[in-house]
Design a protein around this ligand. Sequence first.
Ligand code: HEM
Length: 209
Amino acid sequence: MRAGMIAFAVLTVAFLVVSLPPYLSLDPAQSRVAPRADYPLHYPLLWAHIMFGSVALVTAGLQIWPWLRRRYPAVHRWSGRLYLFGGVFPGGIVVLGVAPVSTTGPISAVGNTMLAVLWLGTAVAGYRAARARRFADHRAWMIRSVALTFSIVVNRAWILVYLGIFSLFGPVDDALITAAAGASVWTSWIVNLLVAEWWLLRRGAGRFS
Ligand code: HEM
């Protein structure tokens, strides 16, 4: 468990250090995702999504840290509220204005839109379970939610894997990059969700604290 927590923290920090800087200037010209000229809200929504996503990613790490949860339950409650109301809920809603017009084609667009809907749905289910004091259900839904949040980090590794595989069969052109982007979006959240389900089955929803 400790090794898993350290890996989560290191990968999260590495992802944020590499991904965030182009967006801190608020300059659309620095964006790695080319803002769409025909859609003025594209960049503001993408930017807001990245800021809320960063809050979600950092607080997700705090939420799944067993020591913090046991030792400081009040911190767990407050960072949980921040995860939901300062991260997943606003981040998931604004990304619904970005995902369907993905710059990397329809396969990415559908995969990211499904991810956004599941991201919101699992978080709503986790919040409702906590309010109803169904804590085993709450933990299970939050494990699924965090698995989806973390899919953005593993996505970067999957895209390299797919670029490597696809380039064995053809030239590295725009079509190949679009295919690798689409495949990596779907793979990252489906595999993360399957790992979460495996974890829940193995440990039992109420027994992993
Ligand atoms: C889990 C739900 C998420 C969904 C559905 C989602 C969806 C998207 C979409 C659609 C884009 C635009 C890419 C394109 O046009 O194809 C994007 C970009 C981006 N997202 Fe997310 N995202 C999610 C979570 C996160 C989280 C938690 C972060 C953490 C900071 C994040 C950070 C970013 C960054 C940095 C970009 C810009 C890409 C780059 O600069 O390389 N996303 N996301």
